[in-house]
Design a protein around this ligand. Structure first.
Ligand SMILES: Cc1ncc(C[n+]2csc(CCOP(=O)(O)OP(=O)(O)O)c2C)c(N)n1
Length: 288
């Protein structure tokens, strides 16, 4: 099989394995549309996948990809960005991976303003392993791992990002592909840490959050008179709304990204630096 990295192709020949009606189909559609509109070719972007239903996207997107361990897609993405600043680096991760196993990376990379885009496929569950509770599962929900209902209060991902100095924080809905595509383009184009939390119906394990339920409960921030995306306190307040769910850009600001502040990297990414003058002999001596 020949590989043409400059092809306008966006998906591989493999048919997606998700359940019928899974929100991941809409997210994949938006990724395709966003890459088209940004005219990014497969060799000009890197996707870093976590494990899970969302991570299975690794087989379907036609671009550079790295399938990471559970909860480690963000740290791997940050490393790739430090090695080559010219590539947009996009993490595809579930709410379990990002806000459970990977929550320390989520907070740390947000504070550092690492220039990565984080797409959280937010279905309120660990879906691939058949629907156990995740940090986002609403309190009281019965799941296979919480037969008497969850006791913990749900994690607030957008609020945590806003409080930890993220420079782009947005929420999208997998059932509105044109709107999600616009948010994706804005998130990928943003220089610095961008979180796009995507409300993703899981028709197999979370039947009470159907497409119809979301359509009844979401509203669009860009249609709200007077809403400003540069007000961190107002954005934080919006994340506390649970009766109706705002979608759109909650907050954005421009600040130098992490790699732009590392003296040894800011002018030349690692990938372009010469290693001729590096002698690892003394370091190895200890082990010989
Ligand atoms: C390193 C590793 N840890 C754990 C697992 C088991 N595992 C696979 S998918 C999954 C759940 C993922 O849930 P989430 O991150 O919410 O993604 P979703 O499946 O809902 O998209 C788990 C625990 C694994 N396959 N590999």
């Amino acid at each position: 099989m020949t590989t043409n990295l400059h092809s306008p192709k966006r998906v591989t020949a493999l048919p997606p394995t998700w359940c019928p009606g899974c929100g991941n189909f809409g997210i994949l559609g938006s990724i395709k549309a966003a890459l088209d509109q940004l005219t990014v070719t497969p060799d000009q972007a890197v996707f870093v996948y976590d494990v899970g239903c969302s991570g299975n996207m690794a087989d379907f997107v036609y671009a550079y990809g790295f399938h990471s361990l559970h909860g480690r897609a963000l740290s791997s993405a940050a490393g790739i960005k430090l090695a080559n600043h010219h590539l947009p680096v996009i993490s595809v991760i579930g709410d379990g991976g990002c806000f459970g196993e990977g929550v320390d990376h989520f907070i740390g990379l947000s504070r550092g303003n690492h220039d990565i885009t984080v797409l959280t496929h937010d279905n309120y569950l660990y879906s691939l392993t058949t629907g156990q509770k995740s940090p986002l599962t609403p309190k009281g929900t019965v799941t296979p791992s919480t037969p008497d209902g969850t006791i913990d209060e749900a994690f607030n991902p957008l609020g945590v990002a806003i409080l930890n100095q993220a420079t782009f924080v947005a929420r999208g809905f997998a059932g509105d592909i044109p709107h999600l595509t616009k948010l994706l383009i804005a998130a990928i184009s943003h220089s610095g840490f961008s979180l796009l939390d995507i409300l993703q119906p899981c028709p197999t394990y979370k039947k009470d959050r159907s497409y119809a339920w979301y359509r009844d409960h979401i509203y669009y921030l860009d249609q709200e008179a007077g809403y400003q995306t540069n007000d961190r306190k107002l954005a934080l307040q919006k994340t506390l709304e649970t009766d109706r769910l705002p979608v759109g850009i909650f907050f954005e600001e421009t600040k130098p990204a992490y790699h732009q502040q590392v003296i040894s990297l800011k002018d030349t990414p690692l990938v372009s630096q010469t290693i001729d003058s590096i002698n690892i002999g003394p370091a190895l001596k200890e082990f010989i």
